[in-house]
Design a protein around this ligand. Structure first.
Ligand code: AMP
Length: 392
């Protein structure tokens, strides 16, 4: 039997999948079923030779799409399924072997992630039906941050809002921060180092990791808090909502929409949320693009400086995510804004690190790393660990 884990990331109209073998040299099978629920659903991916495919799925729902995905696994039946679940609340401090009680607990957490958890659960339900005999594990975006101390996770709000309504900071991107900080420990030889990790993709967050544990992070109750993102504002004055409501008569739905989908790099630049396009536009003199990149980098540096307070010792910085891994300019600008951190960037290594590869980019001082994230690999690892523990 194959010993691969099938990783499923189920959204409201999409399923991302990856079949992850134990042996890193064996090929992964990965793809995406999208536009589920429309009449134009499709499945895209690549086979074990790395050849791309695209298959129309008509008006497939999640269950039909999963059957199509199964046929794309080239006869390799996984040993388990690992599900990405966005919100585990305070209930889930690590990955959980899925049974009815776990499903009920995830449902109870859905109020905290109404757009994500129900979609994630739809994937769990369909996958359990399709593979009734396979163990399934839920891996939570929030679980890595359950080690935050109260001083980092509590808002300065009335206690009853925390006690009765679970309003606190949770943090997200946990699988990514966990993965890159563990790789940084391994690559640096500093087992249990103090790292500031910056996951900079379309969603962006920073994290302070000490001895393998998250001590603080930039996202909060929702993934809107923190640094500037592709279309999300990150931190704003909490008084903004009341101001927009009173002065402009904006509804809460409109405020939510603008802060989540019309702000960030897109809102600031008036052009795009795509960093590659912004860098090209800045080079051609586009003032909005220049401002967007400047605010983006400044707010990341500011967040990293703030999070350094959480660490007993700072050993280095790790960049990951589409922007963190690929934009030499963003890395250079963020590092230049932290002159008091003793960071000595190697400009050649910074600009020549090969895409998709891990690389160290300092000449001394504190360590600087580019580490491509591997959220699917991390979900597969945590799924295996959970199963091994259950078998003991
Ligand atoms: P992700 O959500 O991790 O896929 O990251 C998406 C972001 O990475 C987008 O803003 C892309 O423009 C950005 N990105 C990808 N490749 C590059 C690149 N070579 N230079 C700058 N930004 C990039």
């Amino acid at each position: 039997m194959d010993t691969s884990v099938l990783v499923i990331n189920c959204g409201s109209s999409s399923i991302k999948y990856a079949l992850i073998p134990v042996d890193p040299d064996r090929p992964r099978l990965a793809g995406l079923a999208e536009r589920l629920g429309s009449s134009d659903a499709r499945l895209k991916g690549s086979n074990s030779l790395g050849e791309p495919f695209e298959q129309p799925l008509g008006s497939a729902d999640h269950a039909t799409a999963l059957e199509a995905i199964l046929e794309r696994l080239e006869g390799r039946l996984p040993v388990a399924v690992g599900h990405r679940i966005v919100h585990g609340g305070e209930h889930f401090t690590r990955a959980a072997l899925i049974d009815d009680a776990v499903v009920t607990a995830i449902e109870r957490t859905s109020a905290l992630a109404p757009l994500h958890n129900p979609a994630n659960l739809a994937g769990v339900t369909a996958t359990r039906r399709l593979f009734p005999d396979l163990p399934q594990v839920a891996v939570f975006d929030t679980a890595f941050h359950q080690s935050l101390p109260p001083r980092a996770y509590r808002y300065a709000l009335p206690e009853a809002l925390y006690r009765d309504h679970s309003i606190r900071r949770y943090g997200f991107h946990g699988t990514s921060h966990a993965y890159v900080s563990r790789r940084a420990d391994a690559l640096s030889g500093l087992e249990g180092g103090g790292w500031l990790t910056a996951h900079l993709g379309n969603g962006c967050s920073t994290c302070a990791v000490w001895q393998g544990k998250s001590l603080d992070t930039s996202m909060g109750l929702t993934p809107l808090e923190g640094v500037v993102m592709g279309t999300r504002s990150g931190d704003v004055d909490p008084g903004l909502h009341a101001h927009l409501s009173r002065q402009l008569s904006w509804t809460i739905e409109r405020i939510d929409e603008v802060l989540n989908r019309g702000s960030g790099l897109l809102g600031l630049s008036g052009l795009t949320n795509d960093m590659r396009e912004l860098e090209a536009a800045e080079a051609e003199g586009h003032a909005g693009a220049a401002l967007a990149i400047e605010v983006f980098c400044y707010r990341i540096a500011k967040s990293l400086a703030a999070l350094s307070c959480a660490l007993p010792r700072l050993d280095g910085l790790v960049f990951t995510g589409g922007i963190g891994e690929n934009s030499a300019q963003v890395r250079e600008r963020v590092i230049a804004l932290l002159p008091h951190f003793d960071l000595q960037l190697d400009p050649t290594a910074n600009s020549e690190t090969i895409r998709g590869r891990e690389g160290r980019i300092d000449t001394g001082g504190r360590q600087l790393w580019i580490i491509p994230t591997d959220e699917e690999g991390q979900i597969a690892t945590e799924t295996r660990q959970r199963l091994e523990e259950a078998a003991e």
